[in-house]
Design a protein around this ligand. Structure first.
Ligand code: SF4
Length: 211
C-alpha cells in the first residue's frame, strides 16, 4: 500500500469518528468499485431511489448499477413539462434514498453544499428517509472557511460551465461573488449534525472524484 493510500485511510478514520459525533455514519472505500458496492449494499431491494447534482455517483457507476436492480427510480430528468417536474419533486422528497455528493467535508465532519436551484440541498436537509453522500478525498477541507473557499474555487466554476450558466466564474474560472440571474450559489447548506439516527451516510472514496 502506498504512503498516500495509508494516509487517506488514517484521515478518513478521523473524519468518520467526527461524523459519528454528529450522528452521521461514515465509511471509507479505497476504490470506486468498492464504493459502488458499498452504496448498493446499503439500499434494500424494492426501495425508492432518487438523486441530485452528483457527478461523483456517476463516476462510481452507481446509476448504471441501480438500473439493473429491483428499485423504484425517481428521475426528475424524465419530466417533460414544469408541472411533471414539480410532481416528480414531490415524490423525490418522500423517497427512501437520496443519492448525492458533497461540495466539501471538513475534517471535523461538517458537510458543505452550495446550490443554485436548491432541490439538492433541500433533500439533504429534509425529506428523503436516507441520504447517501459519496465523496472523493479531494473534497476534504481543513475547516469551514477552507471548505467554502474550496467550493467557490474548485467546484462552482466547473459546475457553472457544466450547466451552461452565464456567470463570471463560467467565463473566467474565478468566483466574483455574483448576484447574476444564473448564479449557482443561492443557498449554502452546512450539515453540522443529523437529528435522525442513520439518515445521513457518507462514503469517503480514496480517489479524486467530482469537483
Ligand atoms: S457566486 Fe457567482 S461567480 Fe461566484 S461561484 Fe457562485 S455563480 Fe460563480
Amino acid at each position: 500500500m502506498s504512503y498516500k493510500s495509508l494516509s487517506y485511510e488514517n484521515t478518513a478514520a478521523s473524519v468518520i469518528r467526527n461524523l459519528e459525533k454528529r450522528n452521521m455514519t461514515g465509511y471509507y472505500c479505497a476504490t470506486k468499485e468498492e464504493a459502488r458496492e458499498k452504496v448498493l449494499s446499503l439500499i434494500p431491494e424494492g426501495s425508492s431511489i432518487t438523486w441530485g447534482g452528483t457527478e461523483t455517483m456517476t463516476q462510481l457507476g452507481v446509476f448504471d448499477a441501480i438500473r439493473e436492480k429491483n428499485y423504484e427510480l425517481i428521475d426528475r430528468a424524465t419530466a417533460k413539462t414544469p408541472e411533471e417536474s414539480r410532481a416528480l419533486y414531490a415524490k423525490m422528497v418522500c423517497a427512501d434514498y437520496f443519492l448525492t455528493s458533497a461540495n466539501a467535508i471538513t475534517l471535523d465532519g461538517e458537510i458543505v453544499n452550495i446550490d443554485g436551484n436548491s432541490n439538492r440541498v433541500a433533500c439533504i436537509a429534509y425529506g428523503p428517509s436516507h441520504v447517501i453522500i459519496a465523496a472523493g478525498m479531494n473534497k476534504l477541507a481543513a475547516n469551514l472557511d477552507a471548505a467554502i473557499a474550496r467550493v467557490k474555487t474548485f467546484a462552482c466554476p466547473p459546475n457553472a460551465v457544466r450547466v451552461g450558466a452565464s456567470t463570471p466564474c463560467a467565463r473566467t474560472g474565478v468566483c466574483a461573488d455574483c448576484l447574476s440571474p444564473d448564479s449557482i450559489c443561492c443557498q449554502t447548506l452546512i450539515t453540522r449534525k443529523s437529528r435522525h439516527d442513520g439518515r445521513i451516510i457518507v462514503i469517503l472514496v480514496g480517489e479524486e472524484l467530482g469537483f
